[in-house]
Design a protein around this ligand. Sequence first.
Ligand code: SF4
Length: 351
Amino acid sequence: MLNNIEQISPSMLGAFEKCRLKFVLDSNARRGKGKTYEFNPNSFMGTLIHKVLENYYNETYDLKLFDRKWEASFLELSKKVHIDKKDVDVLEYIKYWVSSYYPKKLNTLKTLNNYALLTNGIVYPEKKVRFKNVYGVVDLYEISDDKIRITDFKTGIIFTVEDGVNVSVKETYIEQLKTYGYIIYNTEKVKAENIELVIKGLGNNEIFSFRCSEEEYITQGLKIDNLIKTTNQIINSESIDNLASPEPNICNFCDHLFKCNSLHQIIKSQPENWDRIVLLKSINVKFNSKDLSINIVVNDRTISIHNIPENDFTEIKKMNELGKEVLLTNLFQVYNSNIKRWSKLTRYREA
Ligand code: SF4
């Protein structure tokens, strides 16, 4: 039986709402494990930048020292990274794999130079905050008289972009900041309108500032309580498939997709909606040994998988002949066609 959810953090709320099953399975997998430092280029850069910002706001050193301070944080963090390769210069390896290492370093310096703090305010970087079942760490917490400002720094783009135009700030970021505001509103007893919530993107000087009303904070609290309560009811009823919300963007990158019944059901009923994932049934599948390709007939259309390495082709064919359902992930959809190509990242397993 899975453990109940007791608390969430504002930064997890978006993921929680997107697919509660993934969130519950991830939380259970994390329990009882210590911190691991498997190298992940995205989280490494995020952690490094937040460390540099934290040090600066703690020490407020002369920014002429920025290079030296950045390098010291980089070295400290690099020591904790585990890379499963021999004869590799770890520092060069990290710089090579993290995307836009030098531009992001420059943007961090620009932010420190340009981001105006509250006049006569007291600054608390990385401040831990908690109320009831929500806890988190605010990147930058400032208090001046009866006003509080909360800033969350984002290393990626803060806007949702459609056809090259910034449409709106990402909903998950708004939810995260609103939840920080909800905690502060309930613990610091300040008026809702005196809490300023700021999302600060490190690239392109992006910034978005907003405030919430008392009613919005009350609604946010009720929403969080209800999400946790209903999720735990479903966990306790042991019908956890009901927590799943399969959707291509999240399922593509989910660690649980091989054993997720809800995902398998929806791929069976709507196979055309999944560009990177395919479920091979024991019927409707033709193996073409000459081209090492697989054709699957779904709803009178044929989906083809090409470029399959010979060993994998043979293995998948064998599984199919034994009547097993095989899930293939991380395929490349060829633009505007029913052809999917095998990629270096493609994996497969019995569903
Ligand atoms: S595979 Fe999709 S639906 Fe299943 S747990 Fe993961 S994200 Fe949720």
